[in-house]
Structure formats: C-alpha cells, structure tokens
Ligand binder design. Sequence first.
Ligand SMILES: Cc1ncc(COP(=O)(O)O)c(C=O)c1O
Length: 442
Amino acid sequence: MTGVVDPVPPHPAATITAGPPPSLRTADWSEIHGLFALDPGAIHLNSGTVGAMPHAVLDAVDRVTRQWAGGLGDVYPPGMYPDHRAAIAKAYGVDQDEMVITHNATEGVARVIHGLDLHAGDEVVTTTHECYSVLSNFNLLRNRFGIKLTTITLPTGYDVRAEQIIELFEAAITPRTKVLAFAGITLFTGTKLPMRALCELAQRHGLTTVIDGALLPGMLDLDMRAIGADFISCSGSKFQCGPLGTGLLYVRNKIHPEYNPLPLPRFWPIISTWYPMKGSPPPRTRTSLESDNMGDYLQSAGSASIARGAGLATACALWDEIGRDRIERRIMLLAEYARYRVAERFGRDAMYSPGADRVLKSPLIAFHPFRRPEDAWNVKKIHEFTMRLQREHRLFTRWTEFDVPGSPHQHYASRITTHIFNDFDEIDKAVDIMAGLAAEMS
Ligand SMILES: Cc1ncc(COP(=O)(O)O)c(C=O)c1O
C-alpha cells in the first residue's frame, strides 16, 4: 500500500534560547515540554484519550484540596465557579452565563440531550462515528419517548472532502428533523467536521445544533460563539490537560444574529439546584442581552469538586499565557509531520483520517498498520498491537472501531495524536517502532 503524499514540512531543529524565557508566550517548545508531568522514557501520543497534566495543575488540585480539607467553609458558593467560568469563557470568546464547568464531555452532552424539548416522532440526525456517550443517550430518548434517530456513516480515507460530509447531512434532514448532532472532531478517524458549515445548514432548516466538542478545547483557538452552535460539550482532561473528571459546556444563551439568528431553543436544564423551585424562569431572551443565567442553572448541581475546578482553571490560564493561537499552530504542524510520516511508511491507502482537504485535518491520525487488508477487522490483532506498543516500547497510542461505508465489517485502526509536549523526534521514533512491530505481526 503506497501512494503519493503531500509535500511535508521539514523536520525543524529545536531553537535553543539562552537563559530563562521572558514569558511562556515566547518560551520555546522544549521549555514548554518541561511544564508537564510526563512519564520519562514514555512517548505519549494519546491526548485524544487523556492529556498530560502540567505540574501547575497538579499543584493547584493539591493546594485547593488541602485548603478545603478541614471542612469549615461553605462549599456551595465556590462550586459555582463564577470567576473560573468568566475567565475560561473569555478565552473561548463567550460569557460566563454561557459556560459551565462539568465533570466531563459525557456528562455535559447527556445533560444537553436530556434537556432538549424532544417528543415522539421528532427526528435527530447524527453519525455512526459519534462517541458512545452521544449515541447511547439519543438511543435512550428513542426508547423512552419514541424519537427517531437517523445515523449517517461518515466517509473515511485520505481523500474525503468536506462537501461530501455536508451533502450527507443535508440529505438526511426531513421536515420532522429537530436536531443536528455531531462531533467537532470524531474520535475514531480524527475527522474535523466543518462545524460552521454544518451549523449554517442547521440554521437554514431551523434546527438545534449539539456539538460533541470533547477534543476541541486546548487544541483549537476557538471562538465558540462564532461556530454558531446551540451547545458544545467538551472534555477538560484531553487537549486542555486539566484534571481527569473535568469538562466544559457552552450553552447559547443570547442571540448574536451574525452567528446564529434562530431563537434560543426550548431547553430544560436537568440536574439543577438553581432552577426555580416554584413557577418558571423568565422567558428566554430574543436579543444579545441574557434574560437569565443558563450557565448558573446548569452549574448549580450540589457540592462540587472545588479543587478540580481550580485545576482546570489553572490549565486554561497556562494555555492563555502560552497563546492559544500558537498552541494550535504547533499541534497542527506536528500533526502534519506525523500524517506525512505515517502515509509514507504505511501508504496513503492505509489512512482512515483525511489528509487532502485542509478543513478536515486534525491532530488525530487513524490508520491500518498491517499489510493484509482483512486485518482491518481483526480486533484481537489491533488490540495486541496497541498493548505491545505500550508494554514493549512504552509508546502510548490507542485503537478505534468504526463503520466504513459499504463495508460489512467494523474496521479497527491504530490512532496517534500530537500535542504540544510531543516533538518531531518522538514522531520519527514512534513511526519506526509501529512499522517494525506491524511488520513482525503481519
Ligand atoms: C469525541 C469524543 N466525545 C466524547 C468523549 C468522552 O469524553 P469524556 O471522557 O470527557 O466524557 C470522547 C473521549 O475520548 C471523545 O473523544
């Protein structure tokens, strides 16, 4: 399996600066690597599952846990995280009333899905490439209320184009469709969906949009409002490198017509101790001024882990200091290099991730490592490959499973992910190790 691949950026030599950097904004990447509590000798290419925590985040969690350990304070006000939410919201171009600190992407998306005003016969369009957390919750609504779920199987491979994906969504919409739900970046093939274009499509049909944004924060320099979605549920512990058990949820809570002119959807903030105990909240706003704080309704859900919230806020503040634009460029540059090396070594036909359309590229790269095509549906083999990479080489990757259009089998791929604590030499080493082991196992 060989093929022609796009020109690659050269392997850049690390720039060494003398003395301490004036700030993280100008620190070189080897210094930024030192911020992370990484396991020495291991190669971490699995931020799509969990990132590496910076030492400052670990310190914040530890310090705040100890501060509250005596049990003499009122734990409820700090659990609303008003300041953390305001700071994090600002970094993502939104306001405090639109931002919630959740326990993870799964919890956030479940609270959104079960808070939507859906009834028997209403239709939801989504994809078979969604996380289990999305599909299982919509399926629960199907069983409980009789909604209809339409699942598109996304195309896979190096040459997939954004227009193909938009056309598939458009063809699945019917007069009964109420919701479009999709991952910002799919976890199985690392396809970055054309989020803005899909939200515009949804808006043309008057639909509510739910984005599973688990992989987005900490990777992309996002203006969440400009995407035009109603809800974006994110993980805090993947690319954002906050503590495990943290997430972010964006909820559209006012109308900025340039991004989304539709009225705010009817929404029921489940699990809330702030939602009125009698009567109804004020009607939802029709302007760019909020009528109510939907973020507070969702945030107030009993006692919270004050320390984990502080840890996530610390990670976000570090990212702001390094520069989110700079972080995105670095991650994507490393990914471009990794994609090139994987395609060169395993062949372009082995790639499940897009590589030709700039819009669809992400730092998650999924590919078939073995020589025989039929090994793509051999779950035992891909599992063994991934485990041996870990055990024998301390190389941390993961395998994924997904439908492929026209194939009677689920396919299994090896997946690597690049982050700012990785470097070009690690990628070279990882590709050599994976090629060697795959040849041995083929
Ligand atoms: C696209 C996607 N959605 C949702 C999740 C679940 O994330 P969390 O563990 O934060 O709930 C994952 C985890 O890998 C993911 O990749």
